[in-house]
Design a protein around this ligand. Structure first.
Ligand SMILES: Cc1ncc(COP(=O)(O)O)c(C=O)c1O
Length: 409
């Protein structure tokens, strides 16, 4: 007999009032003590304290990079990296359309033009084979995003970028601790950017970081972060266009404590994802991203899978999301193609392009078919669910199987 779904009045697979999902963020007395220490020191400011500077070193070392520049958030980190590389008006930057708005709006913010290149259906990351065709004499950089915490094919991106003299900025906002062929992401290209916003795998409510192995780029990023000052300069000496993008000592203190938790949490997410993958592979119509031996650590900021309506009685994705949420499994669809966001459409309409010096971009008429397909059928599960145990993962698979059972194939 078919079980009644929770959306139809049945009992949910998971009663979250009695069996809540793992809480996020995770903290204890360590974070409390770290905050109190900063409080009582009276040094709440990056310029005066040691927490921010120490965190820069610790995070950079953890990510196999020589230099770290902490900042207010991951959006600012992208803007800092672009400015540090001298990218501005009239320049073009290649970005994927399946990402958070900041990957491309940071390009607009420095006066340059984002050029969208489609993604790979399997990995949801930028398709390196399509980059070359988008390069023009104005192109200065590529921003691959390690979406969901899955490293993009950085070897292939670097190969085309190096051939054309382009910078590579890795947007690693979702990819703390992720590894590509045994090396942490972020400093595999020229610069890498991270976010420590509340949902991220490393979190202080807000925060960001730029990492690099290039000392000059690190100094340039530090200047942009610190209102254009230079490390050896006087207080009122401003060399480049920057802003106040400084992290506070309170955030840095929390991040230092959270960084110690990250390796164990990452391992837990990976183990849960493995278990969940095994179970979901048995369910017809649930498509999982393939495994890639070059990805030696997946950060699993998100667990993603693609939904095939035909395997669920023809019901649309929106019905599936409602049903799965009702069974007690929090889930969502993700992004819309970024070039459809009003910010890009509006600027394309208003001026032909954001910067008059740039090539016009017809965002409203752009169609990147893989991104559009993926946006219509992808399901996201947030990272904190993966901090659960095997029974938690079984609830997710059970809920999906139950929906399929109720709706029929
Ligand atoms: C891929 C990506 N890039 C950039 C950002 C921007 O980070 P923040 O929210 O810290 O500004 C985010 C955060 O959502 C992100 O997911």
């Amino acid at each position: 007999m078919r079980e009644q779904l929770a959306i139809d009045g049945g009992v949910p697979v998971r009663d979250v009032a009695h069996r809540p999902w793992p809480r996020w963020p995770i903290y204890d007395e360590t974070e409390a003590q770290a905050l109190l220490q900063v409080l009582h020191s009276g040094k709440w400011w990056y310029v005066e304290g040691e927490q921010g500077k120490t965190f820069e070193q610790e995070f950079a070392r953890f990510h196999d990079a020589q230099h770290g520049v902490a900042c207010t958030n991951g959006s600012a980190a992208l803007e800092i990296a672009l400015r540090a590389l001298g990218i501005g008006c009239g320049d073009e930057v290649i970005v994927p359309p399946y990402t958070f708005v900041a990957t491309a709006s940071s390009v607009l913010a420095v006066g340059a033009t984002p050029v969208f290149v489609d993604i790979e259906e399997d990995t949801l990351n930028i398709d390196p084979d399509l980059i070359e065709a988008a390069i023009t004499p104005r192109t200065r950089a590529v921003i691959p995003v390690h979406i969901a915490g899955r490293p993009a094919n950085i070897d292939a991106v670097l190969e085309v970028a190096r051939r054309h003299g382009l910078h590579v900025i890795e947007d690693a906002a979702q990819a703390h601790a992720a590894e590509w062929r045994g090396r942490k992401v972020g400093a595999l290209g020229d610069m890498g950017t991270f976010s420590f916003q509340a949902s991220k795998n490393l979190n202080a409510g807000e925060g960001g970081m730029v990492i690099t192995n290039n000392e000059q780029m690190a100094d340039a990023a530090w200047s942009v972060m610190n209102v254009g000052r230079v490390r050896s300069g006087k207080w009122y000496e401003h060399h480049v266009l920057g802003s106040n993008f400084r992290l506070t000592e309170f955030q840095a203190a929390i991040l230092r404590a959270q960084l110690k938790r990250l390796p164990e949490q990452t391992a837990r997410r990976e183990a849960s994802a493995r278990h969940l993958r095994q179970m979901l592979a048995e369910i017809h119509g649930i498509c999982l991203p393939s495994e890639d031996p070059r990805i030696t650590r997946h950060a699993y900021h998100l667990f993603t899978f693609r939904y095939t309506p035909e395997a669920f009685g023809g019901r649309p994705l929106s019905d599936f999301l409602r049903a799965l949420n009702a069974e007690g499994v929090p889930c969502s669809s993700g992004y819309v193609p970024l070039y459809r966001e009003a910010v890009f459409v509006r600027y394309a309409r208003r001026t032909g392009t954001w910067c008059q010096a740039g090539r016009p971009q017809d965002y409203p008429n752009l169609h990147l078919p893989v991104c559009e397909q993926v946006c219509s059928d992808t399901v996201w599960l947030q990272q904190y669910l993966l901090l659960g145990d095997t029974a938690d993962m079984e609830d997710i698979a059970t809920a999906i199987a139950r929906i399929q059972g109720a709706w029929g194939r």
